[in-house]
Design a protein around this ligand. Structure first.
Ligand SMILES: [Zn+2]
Length: 113
């Protein structure tokens, strides 16, 4: 086992391309909360603060920690908000909105809902 494999084993990073595709097929999770008409180019955004699992230095969150965001909001989050919790709060949402959305889609994807 090389060191990279050990790292992945330790952090239990979930990789799931199908889930990312599933997420990106949904509406931007801010479409109901923003005046911006977000229709096109929905992408799966990896949460900066995952609800599950550890995000190591320079590592992406596990793929189960992903939410649908349109290109505009995705860029806005990365450009103007280093702080994800505050980003959600700027839309009058709770700080854990993204984590709740990710969880909801992950459970839906796995047929728990
Ligand atoms: Zn949007």
């Amino acid at each position: 086992m090389n060191s990279l494999m050990i790292k992945q084993f330790k952090t239990k990073r979930i990789k799931n391309k199908k889930f990312l595709e599933f997420v990106s097929k949904h509406e931007c999770c801010l479409s109901a909360h923003s005046s911006y008409p977000c229709h096109a180019n929905v992408q799966a955004h990896h949460l900066l603060k995952p609800y599950d699992g550890v995000r190591g230095m320079g590592m992406r969150a596990s793929d189960n920690n992903a939410v649908p965001l349109c290109y505009y909001h995705h860029a806005q989050l990365h450009d103007s908000h280093g702080n994800e919790d505050m980003f959600w709060e700027s839309f009058n949402l709770s700080a854990d909105y993204g984590r709740n959305v990710a969880k909801k889609y992950w459970e839906k994807f796995n047929g728990k809902n």
